[in-house]
Ligand binder design. Structure first.
Ligand code: NAP
Ligand code: ZN
Ligand code: ZN
Length: 350
């Protein structure tokens, strides 16, 4: 298969910093869209992946799955996009298209889905490489339309942080009359707060960072609880309909299960490296449930983007240059990100 070279940033091992490299992208086939990447968000999953914290990373590893850019070439059979369109690519670049999950528009659960990074590229028979790069080529069915009214850089993190919080809040029918908790004010958490508020819920943010209380309220939380304060936590017991946990590290999940009402649900989207320990009593008392959620399928991702366009919802971002990525990772590990780093990909060219 013919390929073209693209500049990118890659990790060469679990312990090496990310550095400049050159990768191969396929020349667009009949149904492909070639995208010049303008901005790419920095998800905590990128860090887990670059450092092989989940155990399946192949090197060189190019992270990045909050991709926005401009269409620079299309295959002859492409129907939905034309040259110059502004488009997005999230965590998925392909799936089998025929299984029950794919037919239901839940491609994220397809056992043959291709992730933007961390999968095998069916065309090149090599690991897929993500969005810390100049360009990407994706089959048109996995390319999203970006709402024209949104700032493109601030919309980039919608492609993962946005859909990962939107989807479980919709699935569990979060809305007015409900008390909803969001745990962790990082990239995912800050979008969880914005969506839960937009859906009409009473929103309570839980943070370990006292310095984020004012921001939590500005972003839409009605109440902000500093989770290290036992008295503040105790006062919230048995009052929540739903809690979304977006914490990137191991923490005490039982403390949050205890805050649910009868039949309340806690959904985990955070993906810590090590297992969480779940005690029986917080679950069996009050018939509470504990579940998980993975990004969202293509139809729901487009629905989320359109919802954000309609309601003018974007992410609070800090723009960085590509060569600042290693510092950004260190700051993310210290919970010092307000509230998503986005790489200006023009900095990769210079
Ligand atoms: P992030 O921006 O780094 O935010 C994580 C937040 O968690 C921090 O800002 C901090 O918030 C809190 N936190 C960090 N360490 C903590 C600790 N030891 N104890 C308690 N709280 C802690 O990360 P992100 O990009 O939002 O991603 C969050 C997690 O979701 C990651 O594990 C990521 O891999 C995962 N993820 C999952 C999916 C999915 O489909 N399920 C999709 C994307 C990402 P406070 O300062 O407010 O406490
Ligand atoms: Zn992500
Ligand atoms: Zn499938």
């Amino acid at each position: 298969m013919t390929t073209i070279n693209a500049k990118a940033y890659a990790a060469q091992s679990p312990t090496s910093s990310l550095a400049a490299t050159t990768i191969r992208r396929r020349v667009p086939t009949e149904t492909d869209v070639q995208i010049e990447i303008l901005f790419c968000g920095v998800c905590h999953s990128d860090l887990h992946f670059a450092r092989n914290e989940w155990g399946f990373t192949q090197y060189p590893a190019v992270p990045g799955h909050e991709i926005v850019g401009r269409v620079t070439a299309i295959g002859g059979g492409v129907k939905k996009f034309k040259l110059g369109d502004t488009v997005g690519v999230g965590c998925l670049v392909d799936s089998c298209r025929t299984c029950p999950d794919c037919r239901a528009g839940l491609e994220q659960f397809c056992s043959d889905m291709t992730m933007t990074y961390g999968s095998t590229d069916k065309h090149l028979n090599a690991p897929t490489l993500g969005g810390y790069a100049q360009s990407i080529v994706v089959t048109e069915d996995f390319v999203l339309r970006m709402p024209a009214n949104l700032d493109l850089a601030a919309a980039a993190p919608l492609l993962c942080a946005g859909i990962t919080t939107y989807s479980p809040l919709r699935h569990w029918k979060v809305g007015s009359g409900q008390k909803v908790g969001i745990v962790g004010l990082g990239g995912l958490g800050h979008m969880g707060v914005k969506f839960a508020r937009a859906f009409g819920a009473h929103v309570v943010l839980f943070t370990t960072s006292p310095g984020k209380v004012a921001d939590g309220k500005r972003l839409g939380a009605h109440e902000v609880i500093v989770s290290t304060d036992a008295a503040q936590m105790a006062a919230q017991a048995n009052t929540f309909d739903f809690i979304l946990d977006a914490v990137s590290a191991t923490h005490d999940i039982n403390a949050y299960l205890n805050l649910l009402k009868r039949d309340g649900n806690l959904t985990l989207v955070g993906a810590p490296e090590k297992p969480l320990s779940v005690a029986a009593f917080p679950l069996i008392f009050r018939r509470r449930s504990f579940s998980g959620s993975l990004i969202g399928g293509l139809p729901e991702t487009q629905e989320m983007l359109d919802f954000c366009g309609k309601h003018n919802i974007t992410c609070d971002i800090e723009m960085i240059r590509m060569d600042e990525i290693n510092t950004a990772y260190e700051r993310m590990l210290k919970s010092d990100v307000k509230y998503r780093f986005v790489i200006d990909m023009a900095s990769l060219k210079s």
